[in-house]
Design a protein around this ligand. Structure first.
Ligand code: PGA
Length: 258
């Protein structure tokens, strides 16, 4: 098992005042009970990032800050977009790439996902590539092929030097924000599949996360039986205690296996 990574994707929630408050709460809890075996990342909306990084830096909180998306372009006439270099200036270390909400609602094609991933890693920022099937694909038993195609589209031909910056998050669309978590068997089967595909693309070292209705109650079994390297958490990351309970489950699993 790789060192676990637990990422809180705040999506379009929390204004900058609320974001600062949540960051401070996270800081208090991790100072009292450090999770030394886990990498923690919070991913606020763009407009909160500066405030969150200021709190993290001034209070020396052991979390990294990420972003939910970035432009494929570095600068120029792209109204409404934010570039990787702008995020990097804010000390953003992680960027989500191809989250299913962006693929479905903002027409992010496999091609744009591949370009975005390259734009991110070229700047030395970690890319969290999100993959996962819709419910009808799962019902037709096409989920493995579907995810294979997404991985190939995004990762094929990626220059060797950028590969260590890639993390893969398996997020079945039917489990996101629905309270319907994938079973530990479904997670384990897909995780093994993703590891095999990643290895065939020379990315065998990449961490593989699970996301989709992860909470404080199911995290321990998902990480130990699902054999993932951590989680991408949405709803349960909006409260410090549930987010860090998930971090604690990952921490305990890793500590127990070492
Ligand atoms: P959820 O979201 O935990 O609320 O299901 C996960 C995600 O979209 O990353």
């Amino acid at each position: 098992m790789n060192r676990p990574l637990v990422i809180g994707n705040w999506k379009m929630n929390l204004d900058y005042v609320e974001a600062v408050h949540l960051t401070q709460q996270i800081g208090v809890i991790v100072k009292n009970k450090p999770l030394e075996h886990v990498d923690l990342v919070v991913v606020p909306p763009f407009v909160d990032i500066r405030s969150v990084t200021s709190v993290v830096e001034s209070e020396r909180i052991a979390v990294d800050v990420g972003a939910q998306h970035a432009s494929v372009h570095d600068a120029g006439a792209h109204t409404g977009e934010i570039s990787v270099s702008m995020l990097q200036r804010l000390n953003v270390k992680w960027i989500l790439v191809g989250h299913s909400e962006r693929r479905a609602m903002y027409a992010m094609t496999d091609e744009v996902v591949a370009q975005t991933l390259r734009a991110v890693v070229r700047q030395g920022v970690h890319a969290v590539l999100c993959v996962g099937e819709e419910l009808d694909v799962r019902r037709d038993d096409g989920h493995l092929d579907f995810v294979t195609a997404q991985l190939h589209a995004a990762l094929e031909g990626l220059d060797e030097k950028w590969r260590p910056l890639v993390t893969i998050a398996y997020e079945p669309v039917w489990a996101i924000g629905t309270g319907l978590t994938a079973t530990t068997e479904q997670v384990r089967d897909m995780t093994e599949h993703i590891r095999a595909v990643a290895a065939s693309l020379s990315l065998g070292e990449a961490r593989v996360l699970y996301g989709g209705s992860v909470n404080a109650d199911n995290a321990a079994s998902l990480i130990s039986e699902g054999r993932v390297d951590g989680f991408l958490v949405g709803g349960a990351s909006l409260k410090a205690d549930s987010f860090l309970a998930i971090g604690q489950a990952a921490h305990d699993c890793y500590a127990g296996k070492r």
